[in-house]
Design a protein around this ligand. Structure first.
Ligand SMILES: *[C@@H]1O[C@H](CO)[C@@H](O)[C@H](O)[C@H]1NC(C)=O
Ligand SMILES: *[C@@H]1O[C@H](CO)[C@@H](O)[C@H](O)[C@H]1NC(C)=O
Ligand SMILES: *[C@@H]1O[C@H](CO)[C@@H](O)[C@H](O)[C@H]1NC(C)=O
Length: 342
């Protein structure tokens, strides 16, 4: 062991001579400072998304800090996110939103975010994201009967959404609801044939009875009264036909100054051929990634710091006896996975 330490130190020595002013150790992905930056970034991403669901942090992939001067840093973050069950228009705070489970066919988001930390205050300068569903093979391998995501223009999906909305509107005494967008749709074939859909809705200025007379005249409520909501529906096709619908209106939401008006980007639509909302539509700023390739040129830096920490660990190991099961410190990046890996 002593010989190994000496060897590592020998290898390290010339490096240290060649670099007189060693830069401060880079931030680790699980450091509290990195987590604080990620929290600001995720809140910004959700606040500026116009479609689909809120995303939650799964892992900090990488972080890089470029000092600009006293108390002024530029921070580049690479984040892995996972879709939650809260629609982007839902007033539920992200902390209370459940991450969509693997068995419901999870959707992952990848984001590059550029932040500035000025006198301790973090702000987002740019964000660039895209999101994609887990592969069908991945889901089926662990769960052969799981309902996979289906395309929004799938005939069965469209008929289920239409039937669900009609069902709700035919039973309610409240406002007649119109479809804003399909959030997701899953279809299961075995052991039963079941179609699951989720969609965002908005209240119109009509009651259901008034809509029956002339649906065309029913308009979405103006911005200062807007009332959005969300419906989930389950249609059993086989063994026996059944339809369950649940719609919740959020009530009028006064937009917070920090979040853009999310409703503005939501136009009633069925986008052809997609199975998930892509964060790219709301976050596509190349400035957010440090280089055009979006690769962090930190391999040298972090490799160095890993080596440094390893030497420290070995040196430490020689000095004090460790309890059985001593685990060496984790590499600084990527950070821990909070939910599951896809
Ligand atoms: C969010 O969760 C907290 C803690 O569990 C709870 O106190 C709070 O009422 C919840 N808020 C909403 C809007 O669900
Ligand atoms: C809803 O608004 C439209 C447009 O302003 C109007 O023409 C229509 O009469 C309204 N319907 C009801 C039931 O108030
Ligand atoms: C769904 O949209 C895609 C892309 O536009 C198209 O190729 C496909 O035929 C459509 N499917 C149905 C069932 O309409």
């Amino acid at each position: 062991m002593k010989a190994l330490v000496a060897l590592i130190l020998l290898v390290q020595l010339p490096v240290h001579k060649a670099v007189p002013a060693a830069p401060p150790a880079p931030l680790g992905c699980d450091d509290p400072e990195s987590e604080a930056a990620a929290e600001v970034a995720v809140s910004y991403i959700n606040g500026h998304s116009h479609h689909g669901y809120k995303f939650a942090l799964n892992r900090i992939e990488n972080i890089r800090v470029l000092p600009q001067g006293l108390n002024n840093d530029i921070i580049f973050l690479e984040l892995d996110l996972l879709e939650t069950t809260c629609h982007i228009l839902s007033p539920t705070p992200l902390a209370n939103c459940t991450v969509r489970s693997f068995t419901q066919h999870a959707v992952e988001g990848d984001c590059d975010v550029k932040l500035q930390k000025l006198d301790g205050k973090l702000s987002v300068l740019a964000s660039k994201c895209h999101s994609h569903a887990d592969s069908r093979e991945d889901v089926l391998q662990l769960c052969p009967d799981c309902p996979l995501l289906a395309s929004w223009n799938d005939t069965e999906v469209l008929t289920t959404v239409t039937a669900a909305l009609n069902d709700h509107n035919s039973k309610t005494a409240d406002a007649y609801l119109r479809l804003l967008e399909i959030g997701r749709a899953n279809i299961q074939y075995e052991p039963a044939h079941i179609v699951y859909v989720e969609f965002a809705v908005a209240a119109t200025n009509c009651s259901a009875a008034e809509a029956g007379d002339n649906v065309e005249a029913c308009q979405l409520l103006p911005d200062d009264q807007s009332n959005f909501g969300f419906c989930t529906a389950t249609k059993v096709v086989r063994p026996s036909q059944d339809l369950r619908v649940d719609c919740q209106l959020y009530g009028h939401q006064v937009p917070t100054p920090d979040s853009q008006d999310t409703s503005a980007g939501l136009v009633p639509s069925v986008v052809q051929g997609f199975i998930n909302h892509n964060l790219k539509l709301s976050h596509n700023n190349p400035v957010a990634s440090e280089s055009s390739s979006s690769e962090f040129p930190t391999s040298m830096l972090s490799a160095k710091s890993v080596a440094k920490r390893a030497v420290a660990a070995v040196a430490q190991h020689d000095k004090v006896p460790h309890p059985v099961g001593f685990v060496p410190p984790p590499p600084p990046c990527p950070g821990k996975i909070r939910h599951f890996k896809i």
